[in-house]
Ligand binder design. Structure first.
Ligand code: PLP
Length: 386
């Protein structure tokens, strides 16, 4: 059987598989110990109330003869696309309904974009979400990582000696929580236009960022940026699945993207889209703000406890993650921490940063306080040993 050779080079992320195994083993060996899982960035709470109600109502609508729906429109229901378009307008950006494509989440959407462009070279602003490097490996794309935690260079400027076809930018960033500045974004848009490259702008954590930032307010972004958004973390849709991708009509990719969407998908379920649309109501906006604040509060508690050790700690304000500098490798630290006190965090190496761990803030205040104290205690222990 003929199989694309590139897939052989892209194993499952070994670090994450290993950590998962360690957690299972720990639970087996310590059945009475409470495990606080701040590893995988999955949400822990159900959707905000008005979205939960809308999901139930949607199930009722399609369970009735009159309301039943078959295949959804390939690019998404107008009722949701119109609300998204109005949301962009509120932020001062013009994104037309027809430039919005409803997807089943950001992960698939990012892989689709890579498939359409078929880049030879890619630039990844690092440290960041491992999917970008993984998809490049799986598709045989030559990629370069730019940026360094050590130098505080989170959105390193483009260099002229490399001509990527695709540039990955995640802002607010997973795992550092950093946010790209307007000036750096302008430079990247100019660079993308000069190189005829596509910027894949991953806005999965946009709801954690206050204010009116919008990538399409940057001159030239309309023809060079595909913005990918997700309801996974904001609306607790990691299981429901829904998101959207924006391709402006000025972008040369527009016709190919439409063709690809028609070819590869039969749309996203009415239930997901109806549920997501409820978040744009006045009540939805209020409840969503409160939810974001809930996670930010957990981040603040964790940060306060860990900061008492004097350790270097990034993030927590514009993304639901903290990125902690560790006195040993991130892998050693996360394994040691788990064995010492049952707290799970993710090694930074998985995101392209040595000697860091990512701490997810998707937890309640009690867990945040307990985990914060335990991490601080373990940090002191490890530092004292050295
Ligand atoms: N982009 C980033 C930066 C993420 O951290 C994640 C998930 O953790 C995703 C995309 C995937 O989102 P989705 O659940 O919409 O596929």
């Amino acid at each position: 059987m003929k199989i694309d050779e590139a897939y052989k080079k892209s194993d499952e992320n070994f670090l994450f598989v290993k950590l998962k195994r360690e957690v299972e083993l720990y639970k087996k060996q310590n059945p009475k110990c409470e495990v606080i899982d701040l590893g995988v960035g999955d949400v822990k709470l159900p959707p905000i109330k008005c979205v939960g109600r809308a999901l139930k109502k949607a199930a009722d609508i399609i369970s009735d003869k009159k309301g039943f729906k078959g295949y959804p429109p390939a690019f998404g229901y107008d009722f949701l696309r119109e609300k998204i378009s109005a949301d962009y307008a509120k932020k001062g950006a013009c994104v037309l309904k027809d430039e919005i494509f409803i997807t089943d989440g950001a992960k698939r959407a990012i892989c689709d974009l890579v498939e359409i462009v078929r880049p030879e070279k890619a630039l990844i602003l690092s440290p960041t979400y491992p999917l970008y490097a993984d998809v490049c490996k799986a598709k045989g794309v030559d990629f370069r990582l730019a940026g360094s935690c050590e130098q505080g260079e989170f959105f390193a400027l483009p260099s002229e000696d490399f001509s990527p076809d695709v540039i990955f930018i995640c802002s607010p960033n997973n795992p550092t929580g950093s946010v790209i500045s307007d000036e750096t974004l302008e430079k990247y848009v100019d660079y993308a236009l000069e190189k005829s490259a596509l910027i894949i702008f991953d806005g999965a954590y946009r709801s954690f960022l206050k204010g009116n930032f919008c990538v399409y307010k940057t001159d030239g972004a309309a023809s060079s940026v595909a913005e990918v958004r997700s309801y996974s973390k904001s609306l607790s849709f990691t299981g429901v699945r829904c998101g959207y991708t924006v391709i402006k009509k000025e972008n040369p990719l527009y016709p190919a993207y439409r063709r690809h969407a028609l070819l590869h998908s039969n749309g996203v379920s009415f239930i997901s889209q109806y549920g997501a649309s409820a978040a744009y109501s006045k009540l939805g906006t209020k409840q969503l703000d409160a939810r974001v604040e809930y996670y930010k509060k957990s981040a603040k508690i964790l940060k306060e406890e860990i900061s008492k050790t004097g350790a270097k700690l990034l993030g927590g304000e514009n993304a639901p993650y903290l990125f902690l500098k560790t006195p040993c490798s991130g892998e050693q630290f996360s394994c040691g921490l788990l064995r010492a006190c049952g707290v799970v965090v993710t090694p930074g190496e998985g995101f392209g940063a040595q000697n860091y761990v990512r701490i997810s803030c998707f937890c309640n205040k009690k867990q945040a306080l307990s985990a914060g104290k335990k991490i601080a205690e373990y940090l002191r222990e490890v530092c004292l040993k050295d």
